[in-house]
Every structure is written in C-alpha cells, then in structure tokens.
Ligand binder design. Structure first.
Ligand code: HEM
Length: 346
C-alpha cells in the first residue's frame, strides 16, 4: 500500500500532467488533421490520384480478387503502427517485418501497390507516399467494386518502424467478442458506430477456412458449433470447409486453399447485403456475429439491413474510412518518402 502511494505523484500534479497531456495529444491530433488534406498532391503531383485509379482499373481487370485484399491492406496498415505504409516493407536479415506476420500472410496485392508506386516515381519522383497510395487504392477498390466514391485525405508519410509481433497485438482476431473488438478499436479512437460501419468492408472478399474452423467444429472444445451461427449457413460452410485433418495446420480442410465468400451472393459487389447476412445468419466470423451483442452496433446492423438507403450508409462509410485513415499518421517532416515501398532506405 505504502509503495503504491509512493509511486503516485500528488493529485494536483497528476491533474496538471493530465491537462498537459490533453493539450499535447489534442495538438498532435489537430496537427495530423491539419496536415492531412483532401487534394494534398494538387500542386506537387496533380495527377497522383488519377494515376492510382487508372492503374487500379488495369490491376482489377487482370485480377478482380485484389480489390478486397487491397481494402484489407489499408486496414492492416492503419492498425499496426498507423497508416504509414510500413506493411509494405520486406523482411530482411535478422528482421521480420509486419508483412510476414501471420495475419498479413493472406494479404495479396503488394506487387500491385509497387506497380502503382513505380509509375508514380516516373512522373513525380519521391513525392507520393506508399501510405497514401494504399489509402487511395483502398478507396478505388471500393469504388471499382460498385461501392461509393469518397474523398481521401492525403499527406501521409511513410514509416520504417515495423515489428512483426505488433500485428497480432494490434489486430483483433476473428474469434473476438464485442468487448474485445471495442477494446482494439477504441485504442485507435474508433467508436462503436465506426466499428459497425467499417465491418461493412466484409461485404467484399473471401476468407480461408482456417478462421472459421473453430466456429464450425470445436467452438467450446466439445466438438460443437457456435450457436450464434444459423444452422443452414453452418451446413453450407461445412460443405466448403471440411473438418481440419490432424497435422493439416490452421487452414484445415481443402488443402488450406479453399476460400469462402464473406458475403455470399455478392462478395465482389460492395453493397449493404453484408448487414442482412449478419442479421440472418450470424455472419462468417465470430467478430461479425459480435455486432449483434452490443446495443449500438446491433441497432446499426438492423438499421442498415432494414431501413437505410445505400447513400445513407455510404455517407457513414466515407466518414469512418477517413477517420480510420487518420490513425497515427506521420505528417510534415516526420517519416520519409521511399522510392520503393517494400525496401528500407538505409
Ligand atoms: C474485428 C475486426 C476484423 C477481423 C477479426 C477481421 C478478420 C478478417 C479475416 C480473418 C479475413 C479473412 C482472411 C483470409 O483468410 O484470407 C478478413 C478478410 C477481409 N477483411 Fe477483415 N477483419 C476485421 C475488420 C476489417 C475491417 C475494419 C476491414 C476494412 C476496413 C476489413 C476488410 C476485409 C476484407 C475486404 C477482407 C477480404 C480480403 C480478401 O478477399 O482477400 N476487415 N478479415
């Protein structure tokens, strides 16, 4: 008890420190907001966003499955060390980077970002950051998947701090409950509404069987199924994802290659059906189903599923994506602009 007291500064000092921290944090936050702006490259490289969109059209014509993966890349970049392009850095001798951490191994599209970067380097060398390319490519991925267009703030600079272990610490796992999800997101200043809105990203793309095996076959350790999953949907998923074979690793059945749609029936169209899917079936992951366990997130899911027009949801989506895109950004003189996103500048 005594020791505890000795460690605490007097209450007046604690208040002063807290007040000072509010001022500093507030100043940092508003500095980030002031430096990030729509059209940041307008005078430095006016064609930057056009180049990204043009390349994205070509990239997705070659492989439409890269759209969801590039959207996911932006989320994983922002949640780990901030939206700073550090997800792109390749591991090098003695240093395993975020890119090679388990949750990022299923992300594809690193070459696509590098291809866009290479083209931008020919027109505006060392001007456009990898972090901004990822943020703009994510917007274009949504737009080119028949989703909304929204203005992306730019002006991020690239970070070179990348620690593989941070990835699993900072990203909630797919078996998260709503309390876990809210904790992970609140650390990034994202609230319950932001969570409900951003989960709509699962309107496009696919998942491997690994993240749902436990939900399907061994939910509580008694070879049971998650009761929040509708029996009909579970039966469908079980056809695609057979029980994991001993020694087959995390991915389990289907040689680890099988992929299941996140939003069956429209998994390459960005729309509102994800919310109807979650309400009717419990969604693909426990974390999707967890939206139904909190009054704010549940209310939002019901609203989108039953009442909201696409335009109303898309307006919320734009706000939440812009907010996520501000997470711990490097701006002004901080960070760097790398010539190649995946290679450290020594
Ligand atoms: C609790 C939060 C979240 C969890 C647990 C989660 C988990 C996952 C998992 C396990 C996959 C499948 C990966 C695979 O096996 O290939 C996935 C896919 C995906 N996630 Fe999330 N996610 C979360 C939030 C988000 C957010 C906020 C976004 C967007 C801002 C997002 C966008 C995507 C997309 C687009 C895919 C499909 C990727 C593809 O088809 O390649 N996720 N997510």
């Amino acid at each position: 008890m005594w020791r505890e007291r000795r460690r605490q500064p007097p209450p007046q000092l604690r208040l002063l420190v807290a007040a000072a921290m509010v001022v500093v944090v507030g100043a940092l936050a508003s500095a980030a907001e002031a430096a990030l702006q729509v059209g940041f490259y307008q005078d430095k490289c006016p064609i930057a966003e056009d180049v990204v969109l043009e390349e994205m059209r070509l990239i997705l014509m070659e492989d439409a499955t890269l759209a969801p993966s590039l959207l996911r890349m932006h989320y994983h970049d922002c949640f780990v060390q901030g939206c700073d392009g550090s997800i792109m850095l390749r591991s090098r001798k003695g240093k395993t980077t975020e890119r090679d951490a388990l949750p990022n191994r299923s992300i594809r599209g690193f070459d696509a970002i590098e291809r866009i970067k290479a083209r931008l380097e020919t027109v505006c060398p060392l001007i456009v950051s990898c972090a901004d390319i990822i943020a703009v490519a994510a917007r274009d991925a949504v737009y080119l998947s028949h989703g909304p267009w929204y203005d992306v703030e730019t002006g991020r600079r690239d970070g070179n701090v990348t620690v593989a272990e941070y990835v699993e610490n900072d990203l909630p796992p797919p078996d998260s409950n709503i309390v876990d999800v809210k904790t992970f997101f609140s650390v990034k200043s994202l609230n319950s509404k932001d969570i409900a809105v951003l989960f709509g990203c699962h309107s496009i793309g696919t998942s491997h069987c690994g993240p749902i095996q436990k939900r399907l076959y061994n939910f509580t350790g008694n070879m049971d199924q998650d009761p929040s999953l509708s029996p009909a949907y579970a039966a469908e998923l079980k056809k695609l994802c057979p029980p994991p074979r001993p020694g087959a690793g995390d991915e389990g059945g289907g040689e680890g290659k099988t992929k299941v749609p996140m939003d069956p029936g429209s998994n390459y169209t960005f729309d509102l059906s994800y919310y109807r899917h979650v309400l009717a079936t419990g969604g693909l992951f426990q974390s999707d189903a967890s939206l139904l366990d909190d009054p704010v997130t549940r209310d939002y899911v019901e609203k989108v599923a039953k009442a909201l027009s696409p335009d109303e949801y898309y307006a919320d989506f734009a706000v939440a994506m812009v907010k996520m895109g501000r997470t711990d950004v490097l701006v002004g003189d901080l960070g760097e602009i790398r010539p190649t996103c995946g290679i450290f500048v020594d």
